[in-house]
Design a binder for this molecule. Structure first.
Ligand code: AMP
Length: 482
């Protein structure tokens, strides 16, 4: 309960302290140190970016997930909702002149307007890397094994690694000459059909809602006008509209209205190819599991559709290299229904999960985006990829494993007023020896401090007392474990 008149924190944000914050900072430090040892140089990018950056990268669909506003200078800005766009912007802004490959690591808060729930916040913290100028399959193998080794570094060994390749689906969608919007909506449907088990009718209804596939009624009218000349079709449509008492008076002339309708009906029928694509995607989304089985079934599907096996071959090389690196502590599964919801991925994509059932949490996501450098203003395409962890989720997964964050080693207490300065000095000496030390600032009794140390698992108390006629003396008291 919050007192009346007080201001609560913003929905979907957190105040962190104590063991929870200690755990999350420790994770951040360990990841940072590990990725530094892998050659990833630190990069800091602003929290604020031009809204345009995100629109260029992810399309207009991203707008309803952004915290965006117009500043006092009339600029349309957004709080970052991920790092990749900023990192690639920074790369392009430096004139793409950096020797390749560029390895950058980053970390900090990101903001997404989404429905808060367990493990899903409106402000969360990401830590990740981008590897720019690294082609497949080697770049991919490095990135996936670095993500797995990072988890080992923080003590997480139990997880599931899912690897897919959007190139398999893109090959078919590109061949069908679908618009980018239709392509990206179809790709996102792949996850609805696969892991989310939402079924084909759900996806068809969603596509119809988005105006991607037309309903049966449109198709029947289309068939009727198909056999007619333009003149005959115009007369028919005009007759139909006036017969249905549709008011043709308005800003457009009746002829214009009829012409527009006819043009719409004569347009190449995207719904037929959309259905073809949907059927393929529905089958692809079912291909998930053990690598050998999935690769076998996928090769059969590609042959059936007359598609090249190149993306699969590339993925198989990545999976082999990752397996041979010995980095994967958990279970590795190939999932060809993985699309990661974002339109800009071009090749390998992967996700790492901990827990099962209701406890299942996505800890990490990443993939290859070879077209992004150019899309954000670069002069040429540069092969690039990366991953990001969600820090809050890593902390939750580790807490689930019962890992304890480090606590205080020593409590320094001063027996009375004048000894307090000496106590501060003693504490400083212990800290220089690498100990975590707290000083009692309330001047409580030895008994109260001992009870406190027992409760908090502090192993020792150092009592500082004034010397008989000289410097203070210290006495160490070992605290019993409760
Ligand atoms: P993404 O940029 O969506 O690939 O996210 C990368 C990682 O950030 C995910 O794997 C999650 O661990 C984490 N993450 C994404 N969105 C949220 C959120 N709303 N709240 C907490 N963590 C998140």
């Amino acid at each position: 309960m919050v007192a009346r008149g007080s201001i609560e924190r913003v929905k979907g944000t957190q105040d962190l302290s104590g063991a929870e914050l200690a755990r999350s900072r420790e994770i951040a430090r360990t990841l940072d140190a590990y990725l530094d040892r892998c050659g990833y140089e630190a990069l800091e990018v602003p929290v604020l970016e031009h809204l345009e950056l995100y629109l260029k990268k992810a399309g207009s669909g991203v707008v309803n997930r952004l915290y965006s506003f117009t500043d006092q200078g009339g600029r349309r800005l957004a709080l970052r909702h991920e790092f990749t766009a900023s990192v690639i912007r920074a790369y392009v802004e430096r004139g793409e002149a950096l020797p390749q490959p560029v390895r950058w690591r980053y970390g900090g808060p990101v903001f997404r307007y989404e429905r808060p729930q367990r493990g899903r916040y409106r402000q969360h913290t990401q830590q990740g890397v981008e590897l720019i100028g690294a082609p497949a399959p080697r770049g991919d193998a490095e990135i996936v094994s670095a993500a797995c080794r990072s988890l080992a570094a923080i003590g997480l060994e139990q997880y599931e690694l899912l690897i897919g390749h959007v190139g398999v689906a893109l090959q078919l969608l590109d061949g069908l000459k679908l618009t980018d919007r239709t392509k990206s909506i179809l790709l996102s449907s792949m996850e609805d059909l696969g892991r989310a088990h939402r079924g084909l009718s759900y996806v068809q209804a969603r596509l119809a809602e988005l105006g991607i596939s037309r309903n049966g009624h449109d198709d029947r009218v289309r068939e009727v006008v198909e056999g007619l000349s333009d003149e005959q079709a115009r007369t028919l449509i005009h007759g139909l509209l006036t017969g249905m008492n549709v008011d043709l008076a308005g800003s457009r002339s009746p002829d214009e209205i009829v012409d527009r309708l006819l043009r719409k009906l004569r347009r190449p029928d995207e719904s037929r190819v959309v259905n073809e694509a949907l059927e393929f995607i529905a089958r692809l989304s079912q291909l998930a599991g053990d690598p050998a089985t999935v690769f076998g079934a996928a090769r059969g599907l590609l042959r059936e559709y007359g598609l090249s096996a190149d993306p699969l071959d590339e993925l198989a090389q990545i999976v082999d290299a990752v397996a041979a690196s010995g980095a994967v502590g958990g279970r590795l599964q190939v999932d060809l229904g993985l699309a990661r919801g974002l339109a800009y991925y071009t090749g390998m994509v992967f996700e790492i999960y901990s827990g099962a059932g209701d406890d299942r949490l996505q800890l990490c996501g990443g993939g290859r985006y070879d077209g992004l450098v150019r899309a954000l203003g670069g002069r040429r395409d540069v092969p690039a990829l990366g991953f990001a962890f969600g820090l809050e989720r890593l902390a939750e997964a580790l807490a689930g494993q019962g890992a304890e964050p480090p606590g205080i080693d020593v409590l320094v207490i001063a027996s009375e007023g004048p000894a307090f300065g000496a106590a501060l000095q003693v504490a400083d000496g212990l800290r220089r020896d690498g100990k975590r030390v707290e000083v009692d600032v309330r001047g409580r009794t030895l008994k109260a401090n001992t009870a406190d140390a027992e409760r908090r698992g502090i192993a020792s108390i150092v009592l500082v007392e004034p010397g008989a006629d000289g410097p203070a003396v210290t006495r160490e008291i070992v605290v019993a474990r409760r």
